[in-house]
Design a protein around this ligand. Structure first.
Ligand code: NAD
Length: 387
């Protein structure tokens, strides 16, 4: 057996995404044994020494840092994985690119297209491998939806509909800012559901259905003031609690998107449905192993929506796992993204979505926020390359 090359990871941020990515690195060799590179959990960084030490011990990192700049400065790190709140992504990524590190960055790429643009320039100047963790692309049923659309089975696409619904911020006593609640602080997050949740929907939508040309949006902030964790002061809430927008895609289809954290009963209900001239597909994160498919060409007596359990070995990624009929979960989408990134190091092909792809998603998010503010249609200026 040929010896694998080590890729030494420096993980920054040890919260929810720090865990999902670490799990991805740890599972990689067991399920993608043919890859030429193997991840080495070289260092993890988080601001609290005690917490980061506990994390490193639990997940098997060899060393710890409490300042992300130390990760960038270390010569024994090949790839920097950014799992910190959105306001830190640009500074860390630009510094990492300057040091010649590969970068895997959590979504949204940044808070604004301007920040995202400067990140794209930095990584392209440095010529470093990069990817952004829009992981839902790598849920097998979602990848299958993309393959079905690409095969032409749906024919001309008329409608793309997506929702991302949660219910965890309804309580007005929830503070904003700080650990875990930085998503409610506009300075840290950049926006509310638009950048946090709709960014996922937009990434999947453009990947499957092409560029979004223009948007018309409405947003709402239901709780206008919250205590800030930093100083205990009551401050204006700057994030969008809910957002609805419609749009034109470059291919002539119409899109309708909705997201909120005020939909009682829904925890992470990401759904999409695509209606074409011949057929339709729909998917639902709460039942993520299924893809629903309707084909008008079916015999009329049996025509109807069919529910495809996406677990067969000829379906995307599934030959890596168990046996047909046995499901996989949320965490596997991250394992798949790690695998695709590692594969891209061998092939030289970019691992999409790249920073440049994610910049286009950022432009749509910004156009959505601008449209909600201006109460007008806004052009996105997206240049979608179909990656
Ligand atoms: N791909 C997805 O589905 C998905 C899901 C959740 C979050 N995210 C994204 O991942 C990123 C992190 O989100 P999360 O849910 O893991 O957040 P989290 O609050 O659970 O964890 C954030 C971590 O970053 C650390 N941190 C914060 N500032 C730091 C700094 N300056 N230096 C070093 N460490 C710092 C915190 O201590 C914590 O360990 C965000 O950009 C978020 O949008 C993506």
């Amino acid at each position: 057996m040929t010896k694998k090359k080590a890729l030494r990871i420096g993980l920054i941020g040890s919260g929810l995404m720090g865990r999902t990515h670490s799990n991805g690195y740890k599972r990689l060799g067991d399920f993608f044994p043919e890859l030429a590179y193997r991840p080495v959990l070289q260092a993890v960084c988080s601001r609290t020494a005690e917490k980061v030490r506990t994390f490193a011990e639990q997940w098997g990192y060899e060393s710890v840092e409490t300042d992300w700049k130390a990760i960038i400065a270390r010569e024994d790190i090949d790839a920097v994985d950014i799992c910190t709140p959105n306001d830190t992504h640009a500074e860390i990524a630009i510094a990492a690119a300057g040091a010649g590190k590969m970068i895997l960055c959590e979504k949204p790429l940044a808070r604004t297209p301007e920040e995202a643009q400067s990140m794209v320039e930095a990584i392209e100047k440095a010529g470093v491998n990069n990817t952004v963790w829009y992981n839902y692309r790598r849920v097998p049923a979602v990848t299958l939806a993309k393959q079905i659309v690409d095969s032409g089975k749906l024919g001309k696409i008329f409608h793309y509909r997506a929702n991302f619904l949660q219910d965890w911020t309804i309580n007005p006593d929830l503070p904003q800012g700080g650990e875990a609640l930085w998503r409610l602080d506009v300075d840290a997050a950049g926006s509310g559901v638009t950048g946090d949740l709709l960014a996922h929907c937009i990434d999947t939508a453009m990947w499957i259905n092409g560029g979004i040309k223009d948007v018309s949006a409405v947003t709402e902030t239901f709780i206008k003031e919250r205590v800030h964790q930093q100083d205990g002061e009551v401050r204006k809430v700057g994030i969008d609690d809910a957002c609805i927008f419609h749009c034109h895609f470059d291919n002539g289809s119409l899109g309708l998107f909705e997201s909120t954290r005020y939909a009682r009963g829904h925890k992470a209900l990401y759904t999409f449905e695509i209606n074409g001239e011949h057929a339709s597909v729909r998917w639902n994160l709460h039942d993520m192993n299924y893809l629903d498919y309707f084909d008008h060409a079916d015999d009329a007596t049996v025509r109807g929506w069919r529910s495809i359990l996406v677990t067969d070995s000829d379906q995307p990624y599934m030959k890596r796992w168990w046996i047909p009929g046995t499901s996989i979960g949320y965490e596997h989408s991250f394992v798949h993204q790690v695998a695709d990134f590692f594969k891209s190091l061998e092939t030289g092909e970019p691992c999409s979505p790249t920073f440049r792809d994610a910049l286009e998603t950022q432009k749509v998010c910004q156009a959505v926020l601008d449209s909600a503010a201006s109460k007008r249609w806004e052009d996105t200026h997206v240049e979608w390359q179909g990656k």
